[in-house]
Design a protein around this ligand. Structure first.
Ligand code: ZN
Length: 285
């Protein structure tokens, strides 16, 4: 090959690499502005935490978890992720006790949304990590929103009997609202900044939410993939999960994504993770 041709090829290759580098920087700089607000959706005290691990570590021990919902503000709309224990419980000063499970809601979800000047009608999309009662308590308040619903999860909730821990009456408005049915990963706003990731095992259609924030990087709202930090560290599986094998496979998938994207994973029931997030009206971006 002649020297001139070789030089030309090298210069072309260099130009292509330079262009790729510029376009990568540009796409990072123009990534959608996404804001993450944490919402206090209650807390639960347990007489016996035994059903958080099928290998006995919690047997006979009492304990408590927080219940957290999240509002995601994207230039194309608002997404509410999970709806908590339900504002009805806030009417009971001493909470509601159900067979050793004591539930409290200190500040109604609607009141918290109001501090952000948001009404239920303003919520464009509603999505759930799963349909357990502590994630669907306020679902029926959001009849103007498009519900993004996992097909397998809905089938489980409507089955006879329903998936353990799921109460179809809490999501009864699903029959009337506009629905976007999904059966796997789903890019909510179409630009990769807010993605639902399939992570079954806790329930048949359990999923987590991956957010790409401009300043904070990748944040994963883990639903009930884990309930405590210790469960994450020890890969413990609750006996109430629908599939132990699927749970471990989902942990494996999500932890690989955490590693590859240097993500911050938020365990929605872990006070330590939730308390570290900005308090309303502040947000993470
Ligand atoms: Zn839960």
């Amino acid at each position: 090959m002649q020297l001139l041709t070789r030089i030309l090829i090298r210069q072309c290759a260099f130009a292509i690499f330079a262009l790729l580098a510029i376009s990568n920087t540009a796409s990072a700089a123009t990534a959608a502005k996404v804001q993450l607000y944490k919402l206090d959706c209650g807390r639960i005290e347990f007489q016996d935490m035994g059903f958080f691990s099928d290998t006995g570590e919690y047997d006979g021990h009492s304990g408590s978890v927080v219940d957290t919902c999240f509002l995601i503000r994207h230039p194309k709309g608002l997404l509410l992720w999970d709806t908590g224990l339900g504002d009805k419980i806030a009417e009971q000063k001493d909470g509601v006790n159900n067979n050793g499970i004591h539930m409290y809601v200190d500040t109604p979800l609607l009141q918290q949304l109001k501090t952000l000047n948001v009404t239920p009608a303003d919520i464009n999309f509603l999505a759930f990590s799963h349909f357990h009662f502590d994630h669907t308590g306020n679902a029926n308040l959001f009849t103007h929103s498009t519900w993004i619903v996992n097909k397998t999860e809905l089938a489980g909730a409507l089955a006879t009997p329903p998936t353990f821990g799921e109460d179809p009456s809490l999501i009864s408005e699903q029959a009337n609202v506009k629905k976007q049915m999904i059966d796997g990963d789903y890019d909510v706003f179409g630009d990769g900044s807010v993605k639902i990731l399939k992570a079954p095992g806790h329930t048949p259609g359990h999923q987590v939410l991956e957010l790409h924030l401009q300043h904070s990087g990748v944040v994963i709202l883990a639903g009930d993939l884990y309930h405590t930090t210790a469960n994450r560290e020890e890969r413990r599986v609750p006996p109430i999960n629908t599939s132990r094998a699927d749970t471990l496979a989902s942990m494996d998938r999500i932890e690989r994504i955490v590693k590859n994207t240097h993500a911050r994973l938020i365990i929605q029931h872990e006070a330590k993770d939730v308390n570290a997030l900005p308090k309303l009206p502040a947000f993470l971006d």
